[in-house]
Design a binder for this molecule. Structure first.
Ligand SMILES: Cc1cc2nc3c(=O)[nH]c(=O)nc-3n(C[C@H](O)[C@H](O)[C@H](O)COP(=O)(O)O)c2cc1C
Length: 381
């Protein structure tokens, strides 16, 4: 039911976030302050040496844009069609487990912000609240991601429940056959799974998940199926052979296998292998409008946001996520004008070239003002 008070409160919170955050830099600085070291490190960290995490950024920062000029760019359109529905931006919110440990209300908050804004929200199976509540918040923008903790019947049960709740795409994460050694968490004695009943389960089921099980899933329904964690063209080719609708390129934000490639580094070969037979989406290190446009130029249909979403939740809950999306929209729209295109489909390989990164890649190297901020806070400036 439409609740006027609730709508007014939401409007006021969105307005307050507009007043408070002009930039993503400020959202990040605020989240870091509010969350405290342990929760911050859970969000920001990667596995072991964090090489995969840094390569996500290195891959993006090693590409430069090549603009065209003298074109009429009065009517830039940042929207894109995905799984049969138009999205206001070419992105969706990636599955993030444990959102309830970051903010009261958990996954319901980014789900609502995504629906209000007009982009998809992919719910992780290891976050609170459950599917019923979150699907109601996300409405037509609800996607669901499953970690496999059971046999085929267990998976089918999740599929059928999500179909009942109106899911627009069902995703299985396949890069997590074992939880990795995340040293920031280990040093702080944080076991993210211990705080999270949905996240506890025998990893043997994930270790046994293979194409035979997927083939049985494909028989259950024709809803769009996505596999998350594809990093090689051979696996992308198998995806298309087995009827995967969306090949989801991801190294889990550098949180699973260390010393892998950055996800954008494998995008061109995977787009080539898929050759239009499935949609290709990607995540890993995407934090700015220019980052997202680079992936689209290389052939991604959509880009997903993990850390940035969790940070926005940590800074200001639902309003923080909505503001983060507004800032990205402004960046993408301005970037399109400066590149000389009105439509995302007008971008092609000629708009991109290889280049040296301008900063040593690290998780937030694309926000150099954070350093300035830290120095100012410490009185060093
Ligand atoms: C705090 C946190 C929790 C995550 N939980 C999940 C999860 O439950 N399921 C999943 O498939 N991926 C999970 N991921 C990975 C994201 O879906 C995504 O692949 C990754 O964050 C993308 O990289 P980015 O953080 O640089 O955007 C998580 C990521 C973060 C930061």
């Amino acid at each position: 039911m439409f609740d006027i008070d609730q709508e007014q409160r939401r409007g006021a919170a969105y307005e307050a976030a507009r007043g408070r955050y002009n930039t993503t830099t400020e959202l990040i600085a605020d989240a870091q302050k509010r969350l405290g070291d342990q929760r911050w490190d859970y969000i920001a960290g990667g596995t072991e040496s964090e090489a995969s995490l840094k390569r996500n950024r290195m891959g993006i920062d090693s590409l430069a844009l090549r603009p065209r000029v003298m074109r009429n760019v009065l009517n830039t359109d940042t929207s894109r069609e995905f799984l049969g529905r138009r999205q206001r931006l070419p992105l969706f919110l990636a599955p993030v487990g444990g959102l309830h440990t970051i903010c009261d209300g958990g996954a319901a908050l980014p789900a609502r912000a995504a629906r209000e804004f007009g982009v998809d929200f992919m719910q992780s199976s290891v976050t609170e609240p459950g599917m019923q509540e979150v699907s109601a918040e996300a409405g037509d923008h609800w996607l669901f991601q499953l970690y496999v903790f059971g046999d085929f019947n267990w998976i089918r049960d999740y599929m059928l429940r999500s179909i009942d709740l109106g899911v627009k795409g069902f995703c299985v994460t396949v890069d997590s056959d074992h939880y990795s050694r995340r040293e920031r968490n280990l040093i702080r004695h944080l076991d993210a799974r211990a705080d999270n009943p949905r996240g506890r389960g025998d990893p043997k089921w994930r270790q046994q998940f293979d194409w035979d099980v997927f083939d049985k899933m494909r028989q259950v329904s024709d809803i769009p199926l996505m596999l998350k964690g594809i990093m090689r063209p051979e696996d992308a080719e198998l995806c298309t052979q087995h009827g995967v609708d969306v090949v989801y390129i991801s190294n889990h934000g550098g949180r699973q296998l260390d010393h892998g490639l950055g996800s954008i580094e494998v995008l061109p070969e995977i787009v080539e292998a898929v050759a239009g037979r499935a949609r290709v989406v990607i995540d890993g290190g995407f934090l700015r409008g220019t980052d997202i446009l680079k992936a689209l130029i290389l052939g991604a249909d959509m880009v997903a946001l993990g850390k940035l979403q969790a940070i926005a939740v940590g800074a200001a809950g639902e309003a923080g996520v909505h503001r983060m999306l507004e800032i990205l929209e402004e960046e993408i729209s301005i970037d399109m004008k400066l590149l000389g295109v009105n439509k995302l489909d007008d971008l092609d390989a000629s708009y991109l070239t290889n280049a040296q990164p301008t900063e040593a890649p690290s998780v937030f190297s694309t926000f150099p003002l954070l350093r300035y901020w830290g120095m100012r806070e410490k009185g060093e400036l």
